[in-house]
Design a protein around this ligand. Sequence first.
Ligand code: SAM
Length: 214
Amino acid sequence: MRLRNKPWARDFMAEHPDVLLAEPEKLNNGWHTLFGNDHPIHIEVGTGMGQFIIGMALANPNVNYIGIEHFDNVIVSALEKAIEAGKPSNLRLFRANGVDLLKIFHKGEIDRVYLNFSDPWPKTRHEKRRLTHESFLKLYETVLVPGGEIHFKTDNRHLFEYSLVSMSAYGMRLKAVSLDLHAEMPEDNIMTEYEEKFSAKGQPIYRLESQYMN
Ligand code: SAM
């Protein structure tokens, strides 16, 4: 746990349980009950400092968003931004590792998974840590509704190629692929912190949308 730089993080997080849930594993009644509506639920695994998920929550009030990040000293920045944004009622954050998704969500509870600028883990021995590894695709499939989707953006060509192969081998349908998202720049694109950083350097941003065939 990286708490060295922000020793105040734990206390600050505990002061805002309405945004950052302390023990999401204990949400026995499910996320729709927590949000108080039946709107679709979209999650981002590896949400970082939260710019994307907060921007999405503000832009799409009829969708519920959950940002998942496994480091306290990172998610606390997302919490600060969520507070600045007025704590949108359709947004929650929590600190967890994506490998624990089944402890946090019921089967078929969510509608879409966002993966943005996921850590590339370039060494083959770390392949299982890549968020588009087969084991993660299986986890997402379990918590997603049938026909649920993954929307993925990255600057990393090797991770993108790997993810295309991994999803294809899993039997997913590729709905959209872009090798230069910013050349098209869809109006509804919400940039992440890493996306701003890499696109400012002139690096192409790769994007795909894939769907489970279950
Ligand atoms: N999505 C943000 C963006 O685009 O600006 C952050 C990108 S950063 C490169 C990747 C983030 O994913 C880091 O904050 C890291 O801690 C988080 N992360 C990596 N693996 C994770 C996992 N298994 N579960 C939860 N978070 C994870």
